[in-house]
Ligand binder design. Structure first.
Ligand SMILES: [Zn+2]
Length: 118
Protein backbone atom coordinates (compact mmCIF):
# COMPACT_ATOMS: atom_id res chain seq x y z
CA UNK A 1 0.00 0.00 0.00
CA UNK A 2 2.75 2.45 0.85
CA UNK A 3 4.22 2.12 -2.63
CA UNK A 4 1.00 3.38 -4.06
CA UNK A 5 0.58 6.26 -1.70
CA UNK A 6 0.59 9.75 -3.11
CA UNK A 7 1.58 12.61 -0.90
CA UNK A 8 0.33 16.09 -1.59
CA UNK A 9 3.11 18.55 -2.28
CA UNK A 10 2.83 22.25 -1.67
CA UNK A 11 2.43 22.89 -5.35
CA UNK A 12 -0.97 21.28 -5.67
CA UNK A 13 0.44 18.18 -7.29
CA UNK A 14 0.45 14.70 -5.97
CA UNK A 15 3.59 12.80 -6.01
CA UNK A 16 4.23 9.13 -5.64
CA UNK A 17 6.61 8.17 -2.89
CA UNK A 18 9.80 10.10 -2.50
CA UNK A 19 11.23 9.54 -5.91
CA UNK A 20 8.85 11.90 -7.59
CA UNK A 21 7.56 9.42 -10.16
CA UNK A 22 4.02 9.32 -11.42
CA UNK A 23 3.00 12.81 -10.59
CA UNK A 24 -0.66 13.46 -10.95
CA UNK A 25 -1.22 16.84 -12.53
CA UNK A 26 -3.97 18.81 -10.89
CA UNK A 27 -3.41 21.80 -13.13
CA UNK A 28 -6.61 21.31 -15.10
CA UNK A 29 -8.64 21.38 -11.89
CA UNK A 30 -6.70 24.34 -10.50
CA UNK A 31 -7.26 26.26 -13.72
CA UNK A 32 -10.97 25.49 -13.50
CA UNK A 33 -11.02 27.23 -10.12
CA UNK A 34 -10.95 24.26 -7.77
CA UNK A 35 -9.07 24.29 -4.49
CA UNK A 36 -7.15 21.07 -4.95
CA UNK A 37 -5.41 21.53 -1.60
CA UNK A 38 -8.52 19.86 -0.18
CA UNK A 39 -7.07 16.59 -1.43
CA UNK A 40 -4.94 15.26 1.40
CA UNK A 41 -4.37 11.81 0.02
CA UNK A 42 -4.67 9.95 -3.23
CA UNK A 43 -3.96 6.26 -3.27
CA UNK A 44 -3.59 3.95 -6.22
CA UNK A 45 -5.30 0.62 -5.58
CA UNK A 46 -6.46 -2.47 -7.42
CA UNK A 47 -10.13 -2.22 -8.25
CA UNK A 48 -12.55 -4.51 -10.05
CA UNK A 49 -13.21 -3.81 -13.72
CA UNK A 50 -15.57 -0.91 -14.16
CA UNK A 51 -14.51 0.91 -11.01
CA UNK A 52 -12.28 3.92 -11.40
CA UNK A 53 -12.26 5.44 -7.94
CA UNK A 54 -13.58 5.33 -4.42
CA UNK A 55 -14.02 8.30 -2.12
CA UNK A 56 -11.97 8.63 1.04
CA UNK A 57 -12.54 11.14 3.83
CA UNK A 58 -10.07 13.63 2.43
CA UNK A 59 -9.07 12.17 -0.88
CA UNK A 60 -9.65 9.17 -3.07
CA UNK A 61 -8.48 5.70 -3.96
CA UNK A 62 -7.87 5.42 -7.70
CA UNK A 63 -7.99 2.25 -9.76
CA UNK A 64 -5.98 1.78 -12.92
CA UNK A 65 -8.96 2.66 -15.11
CA UNK A 66 -8.80 6.18 -13.69
CA UNK A 67 -5.48 6.49 -15.48
CA UNK A 68 -6.80 5.32 -18.85
CA UNK A 69 -6.28 8.81 -20.28
CA UNK A 70 -5.63 12.32 -19.06
CA UNK A 71 -9.28 13.21 -19.74
CA UNK A 72 -10.50 10.31 -17.64
CA UNK A 73 -8.11 11.18 -14.85
CA UNK A 74 -9.32 14.78 -14.71
CA UNK A 75 -12.93 13.61 -14.82
CA UNK A 76 -12.39 11.15 -11.97
CA UNK A 77 -10.36 13.57 -9.85
CA UNK A 78 -13.00 16.26 -10.29
CA UNK A 79 -15.71 13.90 -9.09
CA UNK A 80 -13.67 12.89 -6.07
CA UNK A 81 -12.79 16.48 -5.26
CA UNK A 82 -16.47 17.43 -5.37
CA UNK A 83 -17.14 14.64 -2.88
CA UNK A 84 -14.34 15.90 -0.62
CA UNK A 85 -15.94 19.35 -0.77
CA UNK A 86 -19.30 17.83 0.17
CA UNK A 87 -17.69 16.11 3.13
CA UNK A 88 -15.93 19.31 4.19
CA UNK A 89 -19.35 20.98 4.18
CA UNK A 90 -20.76 18.22 6.36
CA UNK A 91 -23.22 17.17 3.66
CA UNK A 92 -22.13 13.56 3.59
CA UNK A 93 -22.72 13.20 7.32
CA UNK A 94 -26.48 13.36 7.15
CA UNK A 95 -27.10 9.91 5.89
CA UNK A 96 -30.79 10.15 5.40
CA UNK A 97 -32.71 8.35 2.72
CA UNK A 98 -31.57 9.18 -0.74
CA UNK A 99 -28.64 11.22 0.48
CA UNK A 100 -26.06 9.22 -1.43
CA UNK A 101 -28.09 9.64 -4.60
CA UNK A 102 -28.50 13.35 -3.96
CA UNK A 103 -24.77 13.73 -3.42
CA UNK A 104 -24.14 12.02 -6.75
CA UNK A 105 -26.64 14.16 -8.60
CA UNK A 106 -25.17 17.32 -7.06
CA UNK A 107 -21.78 16.22 -8.33
CA UNK A 108 -23.22 15.60 -11.77
CA UNK A 109 -24.64 19.10 -11.87
CA UNK A 110 -21.50 20.78 -10.59
CA UNK A 111 -18.95 19.01 -12.75
CA UNK A 112 -17.07 20.83 -15.47
CA UNK A 113 -15.33 17.77 -16.91
CA UNK A 114 -17.87 15.23 -18.20
CA UNK A 115 -16.85 11.64 -18.78
CA UNK A 116 -14.86 11.33 -22.01
CA UNK A 117 -17.09 10.14 -24.82
CA UNK A 118 -20.31 10.98 -23.01
ZN1 LIG B 1 -19.68 10.12 -7.07
Amino acid sequence: MRDNHYAVSHFGRLRRGRRGHDQIGLDALNLAGYDTSLFKELIKVDMPTGFRAMSLDDGAALGKEAFESQDWLVHVLEEELLHVIQKAQGLAEEFGRGTALELESDVNEARKFPAPGS
